[in-house]
Design a protein around this ligand. Structure first.
Ligand SMILES: *Cc1c(COP(=O)(O)O)cnc(C)c1O
Length: 435
């Protein structure tokens, strides 16, 4: 049966297929696309020999009406061509397993969604059709999207980031020269970047350009992210408690989609930094969206999580509160967590993963010791060398694929925080003589 999608703010009488949801990004009436019903997991999924094999059978269930099976297989195997290890921790951390999601080219879990979405988008374009993907970023999304979409025929990426507000390692990953990618350093804040992107979508002078967005509201990024929870379950050999370091709640929404499809879990933990809207909401408080607070786990600095609306639509507050425990962790606790985990088990965690590990440490007393715990590790520690040094007194090992970014040529444009400046850049790429 075909999977249909509706808007969180629309009626179930008004649905679209995956490709239309993928191209539109945002759903009607300012809502987000959600599957009207979640397809069950394919029979025998637990016997998948590799992550890639699992990904292909599970995604086929979601996408088979709209993609030819050969195209789908090729897209998935090309996108998800890196390992997904589950690492058991030792010492007092026995029973805790780290689901390492940072083995892709830009070293965060964002590679799963961005790389898969890029290939699914390319496969859905008509011959000669062109799309410009807009992305405002303050960290991992930009590099994953730029890397994932680079060189894909018919796709151009325009990436905006706030000048002086990303770390040197993050910036380097954003500005290396890539085919089909225009990186823009904006003299403004992340909010300015987001406003400029929104403005471009509404700009009538750009109405002849097909714009699309690749942030975590796009359903095309979410589906591939549910796959690794299934893989983690296979490696655990039993239903576990799944902890997700969270910001916009995309990763947690993907986990919930896996559960709705039939994944057996013993519950979820939403681990947040000082941006504690969701933990407060789960605790039954009168929580409201707020401006974000800066922390050392900066990819989770979100005051108004964009996928919250999806989660509430999918489960409702009562079920969310029954299924998910929320925890908020301060920066001091994050640093302590990095040091503690390293000293007790030898594992070097990045600040985001450390928020998850601290949440688990706090809850562990109340948990059944027999239940295995799976903590999603969302980024490689080498992306945050300054924080790792502060926590454990030495820098993490730098994997070669990260070091290699420093040897590549760079290309970045400086623009003011204005819609006109962005419009000019977008139009430049679409002059007839540019081709
Ligand atoms: C994006 C990101 C998160 C937050 O994920 P959400 O899906 O926004 O909740 C956590 N950690 C890292 C390293 C990230 O890049």
């Amino acid at each position: 049966m075909a999977v249909r999608y509706q808007s969180t703010r629309g009626s179930s009488a008004d649905t679209v297929g995956f490709v239309e949801a993928l191209h539109s990004g945002l759903a009607p009436h300012g809502g987000l696309f959600v599957p009207v019903s979640v397809p069950g997991l394919p029979k025998g999924w637990q016997a998948s020999p590799t992550f890639q094999a699992l990904a292909q059978t599970v995604l086929a269930n979601w996408l088979q009406d709209e993609y030819d099976s050969t195209v789908l297989q090729r897209s998935v195997s090309d996108a998800l061509n890196f390992p997904v290890p589950v690492v058991p921790l030792e010492g007092p951390w026995e029973g805790v397993h780290v689901l390492e999601l940072f083995h892709g080219p830009t070293l965060s879990f964002k590679d799963f969604g961005a790389r898969t979405m890029a290939r699914l988008l390319a496969a859905s374009l008509e011959p000669g059709e062109e799309v410009t993907i807009m992305v405002a970023t303050s960290g991992d999304t930009g590099s994953a999207v730029a890397d994932g979409f680079s060189g894909i025929p018919g796709v151009r990426v325009v990436l905006l980031y706030p000048k002086g507000q990303v770390s040197p390692t993050q910036e380097r990953q954003l500005i290396v020269e890539r085919t089909g990618v225009t990186s823009l350093r904006v003299d403004g804040t992340f909010d300015d970047c987001q406003r400029m992107v929104k403005g471009a979508f509404a700009d009538s002078a750009l109405s002849h350009v097909t714009l699309s967005s690749a942030n975590s509201i796009n359903i095309g990024r979410l589906l591939p992210q549910s796959l690794y929870y299934l893989w983690g379950r296979i490696q655990l050999g039993a239903p576990g408690l799944v902890c997700v370091p969270s910001g916009n709640l995309g990763n947690l929404t993907a986990a919930i989609l896996a559960q709705l499809g039939g994944l057996d879990v013993r519950g979820f933990v939403a681990a947040h930094n000082a941006n504690r809207f969701f933990p407060d909401y789960l605790a039954g408080e009168d929580a409201e969206f707020e401006a974000s607070v800066q922390t050392m786990s900066n990819a989770m600095d979100v005051g108004a999580p964009s996928n919250f609306e999806r989660l509430e639509w999918l489960l409702g507050r009562e079920r969310l509160s029954a299924t998910i425990r929320g925890v908020s962790v301060s920066d001091d606790e994050t640093l302590d967590s990095m040091a503690r985990v390293f000293n007790q088990s030898g594992y070097v965690a990045d600040p985001h993963t450390a928020v998850g590990l601290e949440a688990i440490r706090r809850l562990r007393g109340d948990l059944d010791a027999e239940v295995p715990i799976l903590v999603a590790s969302t980024a490689h520690p080498a992306k945050f060398p300054e924080s790792v040094r502060r926590a454990i007194g030495r820098e993490p090992e730098i994997p070669e694929r990260l070091a290699a970014f420093w040897n590549r040529p760079i290309e970045v444009g400086d623009i003011p925080a204005s819609g006109e400046a962005l419009r000019e850049v977008i139009l430049e790429g679409h002059r007839p003589d540019a081709y």
